[in-house]
Design a protein around this ligand. Structure first.
Ligand SMILES: Nc1nc2c(ncn2[C@@H]2O[C@H](COP(=O)(O)O)[C@@H](O)[C@H]2O)c(=O)[nH]1
Ligand code: MN
Ligand code: MN
Length: 507
């Protein structure tokens, strides 16, 4: 229910928002909120975001100790476990906390895009062969194994070294590392902080898509918005690209489960101060905060290897279908971005007289602080000039990949100049759901969705089950065009190119 009489103030599900400027809405600080919250959305998106518990969850997140400046919801935001999907919250690494629910169960769920020099015409006529070959060769679904069965030492090495392990074992080339966020390796990984149960769940899943929302999609580039940036990214109209979306499988899920349980048990005092048990957080400097961070970084490395192995297998499939080697098809990694991640980063924030993060109305100064930046369903969007970016993108801004749905476009953006000031260097991660999976299965029938996509849009989808296709039907998502419009107009992620699906495989 919204208060349309006063366009400067809207209310959804008991949460009041004040319009700050176009696409920026603030939930003012009150009660136990340490900082205000902001939603970055058009009115049309806000209407959808306000439909579930997203806004309450965002407001709850402002209660986290040591949270800096504000909690922020991206334009694709929707309800999640405790903290919204599409949420960003940065907490002080000395005086704040780290919250597994604000990073997500699928640690380092993310996307990578691989370019090719093939054009759409090269693929037309091969779609069924290609989708069948990808489906047969890229492990997917809930059960089953991965591309590599890892023993104890192998898994340890994957958790410690990330894509560097893949390079040593012939699953990657140097150039792949140079085009991955953090070069595919978090140095703070601590495999000893990962439970045996998590390791057992992950050891046979290295190189597997998983189920549901995870996919591998062959796409063609349909639109170029910033030709000079597209050239830097090696993108042009009609080109074939491949998008891979998956995360850390059972390993990451188990790490999140393990630490939530431990933190709830050990830090009940902090939990009692939070409005939602699902926000359970370990105080900065505590043993559990350190252990969780180390385990989470290990899962990040696992997920990067997972996407790398799938990309390696995809190169092999293309070689067989198109009877050329992958190098001659220039199947190069454009970029790999995480969208469920917690990272130590330095940002300029409002601080009190002791130099600690303070709410904007109480801050006496702004200063650089090291923060745990929680991005859950949000993508890092660093602009040109940031030292964290690989050499290839330091002068242009990092590529950001925003999937839409198997029946809609996806986008490549680049980190916008405003992102550091507006969103802790972040933007959206997708279109964002508008309905639950259960609701989706009542609305859609998988086989019908598949037939319509093939007959009306020439999109070839192959999935482990019809239910998965129904759960992920294009109609369950918000408009990716609208999400990206907001990101572009806010200057946090600038539109570079749009793609459209050709073949899609799902778990
Ligand atoms: N291009 C495609 N995009 C898809 C597909 N299924 C989902 N999606 C989009 O990905 C994001 C990922 O979000 P997550 O929270 O599940 O990680 C989602 O919001 C959709 O916009 C697909 O088959 N193809
Ligand atoms: Mn994801
Ligand atoms: Mn995921």
């Amino acid at each position: 229910m919204s208060d349309h009489d006063d366009p400067e103030v809207l209310e959804y599900n008991g949460v009041r928002l004040e319009r700050v400027r176009e696409h920026v809405w603030e939930i003012p600080r009150e009660g136990g909120m340490n900082v205000p919250a902001r939603v970055l959305a058009s009115e049309a998106l806000l209407e959808q975001i306000g439909d579930d518990k997203t806004l309450q969850q965002l407001r709850n997140a402002t209660h986290l100790p040591g949270i800096a400046d504000r909690a922020i919801c991206m334009p694709d935001g929707h309800q999640g476990y405790g903290f919204p999907v599409g949420g960003v919250g940065a907490t002080d690494v000395e005086t704040g906390c780290i919250s597994p629910g604000a990073i997500g169960y699928d640690i380092n769920c993310g996307v990578r895009m691989m370019r090719t020099n093939l054009t759409y015409d090269d693929v037309v006529g091969h779609e069924e062969e290609l989708v069948d070959a990808l489906f047969a060769n890229v492990p997917s679904g809930l059960g089953g194994g991965g591309i590599v069965e890892s023993d104890r030492d192998t898994l340890e090495s994957i958790l410690n070294r990330g894509v560097d392990w893949a390079l040593e074992h012939g699953y990657a080339v140097e150039d792949d590392l140079a085009h991955c966020e953090d070069e595919g390796m978090r140095p703070d990984a601590d495999p000893d902080a990962v439970s045996q149960k998590a390791k057992d769940r992950g050891k046979n899943q290295v190189g597997s898509l998983g189920s549901g929302n995870h996919f591998l999609e062959v796409q063609r580039v349909t639109d170029i918005f910033r030709p000079e940036v597209a050239t830097e990214f090696g993108l042009e109209a009609d080109q074939i690209v491949v998008l891979i979306h998956c995360g850390s499988r059972g390993l990451g899920h188990q790490i999140c489960t393990d630490y939530l349980r431990e933190i709830e048990r050990e830090h009940g005092d902090l939990l009692a101060e939070l409005p939602d048990k699902e926000l359970a957080a370990a105080p900065a400097g505590s043993q559990l905060a350190e252990e969780y961070y180390g385990a989470m970084c290990a899962a990040i490395n696992f997920a990067w290897v997972n996407r790398q192995l799938i990309m390696h297998r995809t190169r092999r499939v293309f070689e067989r279908v198109f009877e050329r080697d992958w190098e001659s098809m220039e199947m190069e990694l454009l970029y790999d971005v995480a969208h469920n991640i917690g990272k130590k980063e330095v940002h300029e924030v409002g601080v009190d007289a002791d130099g600690r993060p303070a709410a904007p109305d109480e801050a006496v100064d702004r200063a650089e602080r090291e923060l745990y930046v929680h991005r859950k369903g949000a993508t890092r969007a660093f602009p040109a000039g940031r030292p964290e970016l690989p050499a290839a993108y330091r002068d242009v801004g990092q590529p950001i990949i925003i999937p839409g749905s198997m029946g809609a476009g996806s986008y490549v953006l680049r980190g916008g100049e405003e992102s550091m000031a507006v969103s802790f260097g972040s933007t959206a991660h997708g279109a964002g759901r508008t309905m639950s999976r259960t609701q989706a299965k009542n609305e859609y029938w998988g086989e019908t969705v598949q037939e319509e996509l093939r007959d009306q849009e020439q999109i070839y989808v192959k999935a482990q089950s019809g239910a998965t296709v129904a759960e992920e039907a294009p109609g369950v998502y918000k408009s990716v065009d609208e999400v990206v419009r907001v990101s572009d107009e806010l200057g946090i992620g600038d539109k570079v190119a749009r793609t459209f699906p050709v073949c899609n495989i799902k778990g």
